[in-house]
Unconditional design. Structure first.
Length: 154
């Protein structure tokens, strides 16, 4: 498996993001409309504003994750998704660790994310990776859980 920064407008990135949105639409009660969600636009996901990482196995894209940078303020982790065919291989955990490393490199001392209650496996991943549940820090209409992790010792 290889994880690399990817142009968020590339065909592979767009294919993974669409698969992510399609899965959310199937799994969320009442579906998912990206237009109602807090955005993570192409411009938000290119440096210096942020970046998008793509995980590939055998050259095929199987996972995606993004981060929005805010200097020393908490980085926002967005759009974490792993193909159902590639789940259980540790790809999500490796993507998460790489997103955290990139956030630290850009000055973030903590990372935040929000998720929906129907994504139990994502919630387990975040908790096992050291994220703690915190009060809501945004008005994401699809979120039931908000998490934060300190990224630096001190």
């Amino acid at each position: 498996m290889v994880i690399t920064a990817e142009d968020p407008s590339s065909a592979d990135a767009q294919r993974c993001l669409q698969a992510y949105f399609d899965e959310l639409d199937r799994r969320f009660e009442g579906g998912f409309d990206a237009g109602r969600s807090i955005p993570a636009t192409v411009d938000d996901l290119v440096e210096p504003a942020g970046l998008l990482l793509l995980a590939r196995v055998g050259g095929e894209p199987v996972g995606v994750g993004a981060v929005k940078f805010h200097g020393s303020e908490p980085a926002e982790l967005k759009r974490m998704w792993v193909s159902p065919d590639a789940r259980g291989l540790g790809i999500g955990r490796r993507l998460l660790a790489e997103l955290e490393a990139r956030a630290r490199e850009h000055g973030a001392t903590s990372a935040r994310l929000e998720t929906n209650g129907s994504l139990a496996e994502a919630i387990r991943l975040y908790r096992s990776a050291g994220y703690r549940e915190v009060p809501a820090f945004n008005d994401e209409p699809y979120a039931h859980h908000w998490f934060e992790k300190v990224l630096v010792d001190g």
